[in-house]
Design a protein around this ligand. Structure first.
Ligand code: FMN
Length: 358
C-alpha cells in the first residue's frame, strides 16, 4: 500500500491515505458555537495541500456538552450554515470531510450546566459529582448526537465521527471506572458499548446509506483485547471506519516497543488494523511528524490511514511531503499546542512559515 492510494468509503473517494485528525480551535468560535471565517480558511488550507480526509474538530451536540464557551456546535439549525461553508471549502479542494460530534459528559464544565455521566462519579472538579443519567435521559442525549448528525448531513458533510475516546461521554460508558451501572448500559462489553452502538444505528437510519459514520475509539480500555471487543460492537452497529487513539485506562504492558519507529499509541492502531484488516479501515495517530515514518506504516501494510493532528496544524504541506517528498516545516512538539481553552496556540512552526497570530 502507498500513501497516495485512494480509498472509497460509502461511495466517497478519499484521494489518499492522509487524514486530518480533529483538533479543536478554541479561539475561533464564539459563545453562539457558529463556525467562523477563521474555521473556513483553516480547513480550506488543509484541503488545498492535498489532505485526503478532513475530520473537523470536536463539535458539541448540546451547549452543556461543550469544553468551554468558545467551542463550535451543531446543536441548533442556525449553526448549519457555517458548517456548510467549511464542507464546501474542503470539497472545492478535493477533500472528503466529516465532522467530529461530542458531548463532554463528566469532563464537562459545571459553569455550562449540570455535569452528566453514566454514573455518579467525581468530575474534573473533584468536589462536583456527576449526575447519573436515567434511561430516559440516556435516550435524550443519544438523540442530541443523532440530530447533530442530521444537521451535519444538511451542511453537506460526507459523514460524522463520534468522539468515542479521550474520556468524553461515549468513552465514559466504556470504562468501568466511570460506568458503574448495573442495567443494560453497564457491565458486559456489549452493554457498555450500547450507548455508542445505538447512536450509530440511529444515525444510519436518519442519514442514509451514503453517509460515513466513523468512531474515534480507545485502542486500550483497559487492555487492547477489550478495546477490540468494544470496537466489534461498533462494527456490528454499522460503523465504517475506526480511528484509534487513547481512553481512560491503560493496563496492558504487552505492547512494549521492539524498535518500531512509532510510539505505543500508533501501535494501538497497528493492532486494530491487524484485527480488522479487510473488514473496516483503521487509522492511527500520534506524533507522526516524519514523512519517512508515515510511509513506513503504509509500505509495511500496518494501517489503512494516518491521522495527523499537530503536524498538519504546524504545516499543511506535510501532506505533499509524504506524497511527493516536498519540503515542509516540522512540528516542534512544543508545549504551546497543549489542549486547553486558554492556550494561545501560537505555533512556532507555523510562524516560521509566515503565519501571523493575533
Ligand atoms: C490543539 C489540539 C486540539 C485537539 N482537539 C481534539 C479534538 O477536537 N478531538 C479529538 O478527538 N482530539 C483532539 N486532539 C487530539 C489530536 O486529535 C491527536 O490525537 C493528538 O494531538 C495526537 O496526535 P498528533 O501527535 O498528530 O498531534 C487535539 C489535540 C491538540 C494538540
Amino acid at each position: 500500500m502507498k500513501a497516495s492510494d485512494s480509498l472509497t468509503i460509502r461511495g466517497k473517494v478519499i484521494r489518499n491515505r492522509i487524514t486530518m485528525a480533529p483538533t479543536v480551535k478554541f479561539d475561533y468560535a464564539g459563545p453562539d458555537g457558529k463556525a467562523t471565517e477563521k474555521h473556513i480558511d483553516h480547513y480550506r488550507e488543509r484541503a488545498e495541500h492535498g489532505c485526503g480526509l478532513i475530520c473537523v474538530e470536536a463539535t458539541a451536540v448540546s451547549p452543556d456538552g461543550r469544553f468551554w464557551t468558545n467551542h463550535m456546535g451543531l446543536w441548533s439549525d442556525d449553526q448549519i450554515e457555517g458548517h456548510a461553508q467549511i464542507a464546501k471549502a474542503c470539497h472545492d479542494n478535493g477533500a472528503v470531510v466529516i465532522v467530529q460530534i461530542n458531548h463532554t459528559g463528566i469532563s464537562g464544565n459545571p459553569e455550562l450546566g449540570t455535569v452528566i455521566g453514566p454514573s455518579a462519579v467525581p468530575t474534573r472538579d473533584p468536589k462536583v459529582i456527576s449526575k447519573e443519567l436515567s434511561i430516559d435521559e440516556i435516550h435524550r442525549v443519544q438523540g442530541l448526537f443523532v440530530r447533530a448528525a442530521v444537521r451535519a448531513k444538511k451542511a453537506g458533510y460526507d459523514g460524522v465521527q463520534l468522539h468515542g475516546c479521550h474520556a468524553y461521554l461515549i468513552n465514559q460508558f466504556i470504562s468501568k471506572k466511570t460506568n458503574l451501572r448495573c442495567d443494560e448500559y453497564g457491565g458486559s462489553t456489549e452493554n457498555r458499548a450500547r450507548f455508542g452502538s445505538e447512536i450509530i444505528r440511529a444515525i444510519r437510519k436518519e442519514c442514509g446509506e451514503d453517509f460515513i459514520i466513523s468512531i474515534r475509539t480507545a485502542g486500550i480500555e483497559p487492555d487492547v483485547a477489550t478495546a477490540i471487543e468494544i470496537a466489534e460492537e461498533y462494527v456490528k452497529a454499522g460503523v465504517d471506519m475506526l480511528q484509534v487513539s487513547t481512553g481512560i485506562e491503560w493496563e496492558d504492558d504487552s505492547l512494549k516497543e521492539e524498535g518500531e519507529p512509532y510510539n505505543l499509541i500508533v501501535k494501538l492502531g497497528v493492532k486494530f488494523h491487524e484485527h480488522f484488516k479487510g473488514r473496516v479501515p483503521v487509522s492511527c495517530v500520534n506524533s507522526l511528524y516524519d514523512p519517512s515514518v508515515i510511509n513506513y506504516l503504509f509500505e509495511n501494510d500496518l494501517v489503512d490511514l494516518v491521522d495527523l493532528g499537530r503536524p498538519i496544524l504546524a504545516d499543511p504541506a506535510i501532506v505533499e511531503a509524504v506524497l511527493e517528498g516536498k519540503p515542509y516545516v516540522r512540528c516542534y512538539d512544543c508545549p504551546n499546542c497543549q489542549y486547553g481553552p486558554f492556550m494561545p496556540h501560537k505555533c512556532p512552526a507555523a510562524m516560521r512559515r509566515g503565519v501571523k497570530f493575533e
